[in-house]
Design a protein around this ligand. Structure first.
Ligand code: GLA
Length: 678
């Protein structure tokens, strides 16, 4: 599958001939003697591309307008001689000290009005004109100097935009926010209506009176908070686009990327809104040591990344070879885990696997973060696994451009809905916006069913099963699309906390879940939040925690009722047949948060009802995903268990080089990628 078309009308090339393999390379941290060894070891590991210069502004522009490109010239030449491609970063994630000293006003301001200090990274306000001018100057210098260099195959704009400077409350941001509001609402009356400012008598009479949601020692207006989140994403996007366009002016045919942080969300920016502007969609993913289901979380993030645009491959730009340094306890990876983790990303549509970072730093903020080349050198588990991964990715080169076999299930997720749930006071304050998406995904993952985790405005045509998990905010367009899919024959499962507010963050009155009430044939009169230790039984033996609701099944059949507590006898799960004949779909409503076992039982039921089948018959611990394309059909089989697993499949295993005829035998912790027999 091609990347988007460049401004000159050419299909942009993927940066490497096969799959991308490498990581952030920060040679400026090392004496030049080390560089030759770096390139030699990169070759030994099978590295094909490295990201250079992410944090090197201070080393490239040593004083205002004074550039030193000599070292970067030499590094890029060395990499090129070694056959390693360069993903050249604009260094704007980390302004130099001289810039902060000269222009302290570029630093972001906190909610309480304090300006941050130099010494961190992303230390800049997205609306700062002074910062923008300095950033674009270095970007243009880089584009002109290296745009023609044959090693440079991709531009990497800044780094994790928003990861440190997501919200700036300074006066310049406030003025920018007001311009954004003026464009969105046109009149102050429309703004007052959207935010419901009659509450507490906070009507504005002029846009000039509006401020960001700065600390008032009270609860801010949730509509204001949500719009400030949206504005902040747009302000950062404006900056990204300014850098991208400066690069494109000089090198229109080099793809541009920037690294997202699509995990459990909501994102620091609205990634669905950003995706169309990024040529190579790239993600940074780090597992949490405390997450007992981290393999599934990894799959969830891959499915979410792919869901931003199911027609294109994406790239895992950063993950870790072993422990990170920023969690409370930083867990190391077991032997082989690095390979399984990377292949999970590739199985789910990544055309490569890259890491932070190439050589472990001995100094600086990340001196205890793992790397491809650890402090201890090459006589290490990490290095062996890195080399093994390089070998495997080399053997999978023919997969580049294939796509994940079209999933039959879509799970809806939305950064804006997440921000909305997080804005202001809510009925429950310890529920992550994406908890339900994660739980339904986990139930499907355990059953070997691959799902696209997609934004609500993604095309829903063709999915047999659509899950709408606690999608707190749903606009009319999203609600209509879900309804249309059910009428076209899909099974739709909507959970509690969905469609509660519209796009202005206003509650949809008349009974929850407002946006989906008609489709589901139910109305909810009140939420019944459960305390941490509370549980409820349903009359079919299932159990609920955390959340329950007083449901009226006006035009739906009751699948299960609450069996105890104040809601005893009331519907808990309902189903409404939608449409007729072959195109008949169904709309289920699940008003409670089910425990894991009960959610599994519900998932079995809805898989049968929708006719969705797993990729291959599943065994506990097996992750199986198929990619397909012109070169063939490829079955990824990843054994997360400590047992040998047998998978019914036939084909050539590109990992081991051996054949499977009818049964693929996977060693404990083993991986295989079968080019399946036609
Ligand atoms: C992010 C950043 C990297 C590094 C890693 C550490 O992904 O982009 O520069 O700080 O986190 O995990």
């Amino acid at each position: 599958m091609p990347l988007p078309v460049s401004p000159t009308g050419r299909s942009l090339p993927w940066p490497t001939p096969g799959l991308a393999f490498g990581g952030d390379y920060n040679p400026e941290q090392w004496p030049e003697e080390v560089w030759a060894e770096d390139v030699r070891l990169m070759q030994e590991a099978g590295v094909t591309i490295v990201t250079v210069g992410v944090f090197s502004w201070g080393a490239l522009e040593v004083a205002d307008g004074e550039f030193d490109f000599g070292w970067l010239d030499r590094v890029i030449a060395l990499l090129h001689e070694g056959g390693i491609a360069v993903d050249l970063a604009t260094p704007t994630a980390s302004p130099p000290i001289w810039l902060h000293q000269a222009h302290r006003e570029i630093l972001p301001v906190s909610r309480t009005g304090e300006r941050y200090w130099q010494g961190g990274r992303l230390g800049w306000c997205p609306s700062s004109a002074v910062f923008r001018a300095h950033a674009l100057r270095i970007v243009r210098e880089l584009a002109r100097r290296y745009g023609e260099h044959p090693a440079v195959r991709m531009w990497h704009v800044s780094n994790e935009l928003g990861g440190g400077n997501r919200l700036c409350y300074c006066d310049e941001s406030a003025a920018h926010f007001r311009r954004w509001l003026d464009e969105r609402y046109g009149t102050v009356a429309a703004l007052n209506e959207a935010w419901g400012t009659a509450f507490w008598g906070h009507q504005y009479t002029d846009f000039a009176q509006v401020l960001p949601p700065r600390d008032s020692e009270s609860t801010p207006n949730p509509g204001l908070v949500l719009d400030f989140d949206r504005f902040s994403s747009d302000a950062l996007l404006e900056h990204y686009l300014a850098e991208r366009d400066a690069l494109r002016e000089v090198t229109p045919d080099i793809p541009v990327t920037t690294n997202f942080m699509v995990a459990q969300g909501p994102g620091v920016v609205d990634y669905a809104g950003w995706a169309p502007h990024v040529d190579v969609l790239a993600n940074d993913h780090y597992s949490l040591s405390v997450d007992p289901n981290r393999e599934q979380e990894l799959a969830f993030s891959g499915d979410r990344m792919r869901g931003l645009d199911v027609t294109r491959p994406w790239l895992v730009m950063e993950h870790s070879t072993s422990a990170v340094n920023w969690q409370s306890r930083n867990r190391s990876k077991a032997p082989g885990e690095l390979v399984r983790n990377s292949l999970t990303h590739v199985a789910r549509g990544a055309d490569g696997a890259m890491f932070f970072q190439w050589r472990a730093s001995t100094a600086g903020a990340e001196q205890f973060h793992s790397a491809m080349l650890p402090h201890a050198g090459t006589r290490t588990k990490v290095w062996r696994d890195v080399c093994e991964l390089g070998r495997i990715l080399g053997a999978l080169a023919e997969l580049r451009g294939t796509l994940v076999e079209r999933p039959q299930v879509a799970i809806l997720i939305d950064d804006q809905a997440g921000w909305s749930w997080n804005s202001g006071q809510k009925p429950h304050h310890d529920l992550a916006p994406s908890h339900a998406a994660r739980e339904y995904h986990r139930a499907l993952w355990e059953r070997g069913v691959t799902a696209d985790v997609v934004p609500p405005h993604a095309p829903l045509h063709g999915y047999r099963l659509i899950v709408v998990p606690a999608l707190f905010l749903a606009d009319d367009r999203a609600a209509a699309a879900v309804s249309a899919a059910a009428h076209a024959g899909a099974t739709v499962v909507v959970t509690y906390l969905s469609g509660i507010v519209d796009e202005t963050d206003r509650v949809r009155a008349g009974g929850y879940p407002g946006a989906f009430r008609e489709l589901l044939g139910v109305f909810v009169e009140e939420f019944f939040v459960l305390l941490d230790e509370e549980q409820l039984s349903l009359d079919n033996g299932w159990r609920a925690t955390t959340w329950s609701e007083w449901v009226h099944a006006d035009a739906a059949e009751v699948v299960a009722r609450y069996a105890d507590g104040p809601l005893k006898g009331h519907p808990a799960i309902t189903r409404r047949a939608v449409g007729e004949g072959d195109g008949a779909g169904a709309a289920w409503y699940v008003s409670a948060r089910l425990d894991h076992r009960s959610l599994g039982a519900l998932t079995d039921d809805i898989l049968i009802a929708s006719g969705v089948r797993p990729t291959v018959p599943v065994a506990a611990g097996l992750e199986a995903v198929r990619r397909v394309g012109e070169t063939g059909s490829y079955l990824f089989a990843i054994n997360h268990s400590g047992e040998e697993l047998r998978v019914p499949a036939s084909g050539q295993d590109l990992v081991s080089g051996s054949r499977a005829d009818g049964t693929l035998v996977l060693a404990p912790g083993g991986v295989a990628v079968l080019r399946e027999d036609a």
